[in-house]
Write a new protein. Structure first.
Length: 185
């Protein structure tokens, strides 16, 4: 069972600064720089240690590990870039594991909605469902979908791509609203 989302004020500020900066870089340059994620990791560890002592170091390490573990398989399938993986790890180092998982879920939900709107707006509904069929078929046969279709490889420009750092900021924003208002979910 997941805990209620909550984060101290310092963590909320760090999380907001990291995610907005990453979104701007991803929208502008289509990458998330290493200096940014390293600053996020360092700040997350420091903030947690200042907040909770050595217990905070464990919280930051667990959050970092979970963030990495959630996106690394998608990186291997070329569905996420390395910067996306490192960004969620940095977010986890700030938030801890439970909050990192909330952000992951909220990002998936909001990203799905944003993706559906863009797919419909660009007239790619049929192609998207065909790509989903390829993904499902290839995954059930233990093949990487990017090997079947270049459109499914985040490293190419052949398919419709979204800067995931910008999508992640939507999940972070939703998390911060929930955490600040004490909304029970």
């Amino acid at each position: 069972m997941l805990s209620q989302p909550s984060l101290p004020a310092a963590g909320q500020i760090l999380l907001g600064m990291l995610s907005v900066t990453a979104a701007i870089w991803d929208l502008r340059f289509r990458r998330i720089p290493n200096w940014l994620v390293l600053a996020g990791i360092f700040s997350g560890v420091a903030s947690n240690v200042l907040e909770s002592g050595w217990l905070g170091l464990g919280t930051a390490a667990e959050g970092l590990g979970l963030g990495f573990a959630l996106y690394f398989p998608l990186f291997l399938l070329r569905a996420r870039g390395a910067g996306d993986v490192k960004l969620l790890a940095a977010i986890g180092s700030i938030t801890g594991p439970a909050n990192c998982f909330w952000i992951f879920l909220l990002t998936a939900l909001l990203g799905g909605v944003i993706g559906l709107v863009l797919v419909a707006a660009r007239g790619r509904v049929h192609k998207t469902f065909a790509n989903i069929a390829v993904i499902m078929r290839d995954l059930t046969q233990f093949r990487a979908p990017f090997r079947t279709s270049q459109e499914l490889d985040v490293k190419t420009t052949r398919g419709m791509r979204l800067p995931h750092g910008a999508i992640l900021v939507a999940g972070v924003a939703a998390f911060l609203v929930i955490a600040q208002r004490g909304i029970r979910i």
